[in-house]
Design a protein around this ligand. Structure first.
Ligand code: ADP
Ligand code: MG
Ligand code: MG
Length: 476
């Protein structure tokens, strides 16, 4: 067990019960809120977003390593997004069998054919990591994935530090409470959106949040909206359907929705097939991509976030190609890579199949999906691979080393769940923001962090998927 909250506090049932009550009120007070499952489109009743009672220990060196890598990851994502040949080659096998990625790719190709109508690029991404517990006692930082579209919880995580500081003080852990870092991704994300809006250069134009039908996590997004309004930047919230019905382009491809000129489209939707309820949603996506609004992300950057691209990057010589004169940067990025293996048709893919079938517990099988709950683990890997191993269907997946973080005891606070101690593992996310205009990087920053923790009995799933909860790192 890593060093963290003392056992006498964790095991004191009476104290825990009191702390949990206070913690929930502290979360409400700080605005760590979510709408209810039952009423996702109304704020009449809200509850606290699920969170841990205590912060979780994170080694300081690994934490700093993750922060330091972020601007390089931003650069990498941005460079790949400008390399259509690379994307074509990397995704060729995937799009042959994965309909969703193929549809995104088709939009990408159409945009390239027409020519991009906007030279301002806005990236808001989140690189996620776990610490791998090795037999030799080392626990290296390993990237789980990078999210280039709709990376969430930058808003709510901005309000989490004060919740845990308060809980720790109440538990008599004053010194620990001072080790909770300040964190404000909401402000950093908004600063980048604001920069893109400014460069677009029209005071009337709005930032449009493209949102889901189910708006349970609206408060997370409102945090960023508020930051924009503070800067007198108007925001609106619209769905694919609204854009389909009221969206249009004028002759210079300026995007209008409901009669408002749109400077920036910030996608908080559109990352999974179910988000596109009909062909009209796809038409709306295409309309936005063709427009001269700044897209966050644009279609190329969206594709960079696929698991297939992550796997291709791990091959030798690939990251190197994007940083030809910067071996130090390559080293920093590569240090965070876990083993990633192709399932393309050919001897290399055959080897991957064999390896996965003989030791499935060492791996995670991943389709090209987002949002949690899609990956395949353990014996199920064999079931799935047995079904697809002799067909091109296997190319829809990649295989990845399974990362095994050190479990830590904590309490997961969620509405209607009993208060009990759980064995937990954490995933550290780092927010990166950048703005480019033509060939000039105008902004490239790390914008804060997110710690999510889940019971170690769950292999998969994020906060929105109902598995992980919000947390803060306690640096050790
Ligand atoms: P998504 O885009 O759906 O979030 P992820 O790759 O982040 O996909 O996987 C979802 C979850 O599965 C992660 O949050 C993590 O809990 C778990 N997971 C993913 N990859 C690994 C891995 N290599 N080792 C251990 N757990 C993993
Ligand atoms: Mg993801
Ligand atoms: Mg993830």
């Amino acid at each position: 067990m890593a060093q963290g909250i003392p056992g006498e506090v964790l095991m004191n049932d009476e104290l825990i019960k009191d702390l949990a009550d206070v913690a929930k009120d502290a979360a409400l007070l700080q605005g760590v809120l979510m709408r209810l499952h039952e009423t996702p489109n109304s704020s009449e009743c809200v509850t606290y977003a699920p969170f841990t009672l205590f912060p979780s220990p994170v080694p300081k060196a690994a934490f700093l390593q993750a922060l330091a890598a972020q601007t390089h990851y931003n650069t990498l994502v941005d460079k790949i997004s400008q390399d259509p040949d690379f994307l074509r080659e990397a995704l060729a096998s995937t799009i042959a069998v994965d309909d969703f990625t193929a549809k995104l790719f088709r939009i990408h190709e159409q945009i390239l054919k027409e020519g991009r109508s906007q030279s301002i690029v806005l990236g808001l991404n989140r690189s996620d990591y776990m610490l791998d517990q090795r037999e030799d006692g080392a626990s290296p930082l390993k990237q789980i994935e990078i999210n280039t579209i709709a990376a969430s919880f930058g808003g709510l995580s901005s309000h989490m530090p004060d919740v845990h500081r308060h809980v720790l003080k109440l538990a008599g852990l004053l010194e620990e409470s001072q080790r909770i870092l300040d964190n404000n991704p909401a402000s950093g994300l908004a600063a980048a959106v604001a920069k893109a809006w400014e460069l677009y250069g029209s005071k009337r134009a709005v930032v449009m949040f493209l949102v889901e039908d189910n708006q349970r996590n609206i408060i997370d997004q409102r945090c960023i909206e508020q930051e924009l309004w503070k800067r007198n930047i108007p925001t609106i919230r619209r769905r694919f359907d609204d854009v389909y019905k009221t969206g249009s382009l004028d002759q210079d491809k300026t995007l209008f929705v409901d009669g408002r000129e749109v400077a920036v489209v910030y996608f908080r939707n559109g990352y999974m097939p179910q988000n596109y309820v009909s062909e009209q949603s796809w038409d709306a996506r295409l309309l936005m991509e063709r427009s001269r609004a700044v897209k966050c992300p644009d279609i190329s950057t969206h594709l960079v976030g696929t698991k297939k691209v992550q796997q291709v990057l791990a091959r030798s010589g690939v990251v190197e190609r994007f940083f030809p004169d910067q071996p130090e940067v390559v080293k920093q990025i590569r240090a965070t890579f876990a083993g990633l293996y192709t399932l393309d048709i050919g001897p290399e893919g055959d080897k991957t199949v064999e390896m996965a079938l003989s030791t499935p517990d060492r791996f995670v099988l991943k389709p090209q999906r987002e949002g949690g709950g899609n990956n395949i683990y353990g014996s199920e890997i064999c079931q799935v691979l047995e079904g697809v191993k002799n067909s091109t269907e296997r190319m829809a997946y990649i295989l990845m080393d399974k990362i095994n973080p050190t479990p830590v005891q904590n309490y997961l606070l969620r509405r209607d769940a009993p208060l009990r101690i759980s064995c937990c593992v954490s995933e550290l996310g780092v927010f990166g923001v950048y703005v480019r205009k033509g060939t000039e990087m105008v902004m490239n920053e790390c914008a804060g962090h997110l710690l999510r923790t889940k019971s170690s009995e769950h292999s998969d799933g994020g906060v929105a998927a109902g598995v992980a909860v919000l947390d803060n790192p306690l640096l050790v």
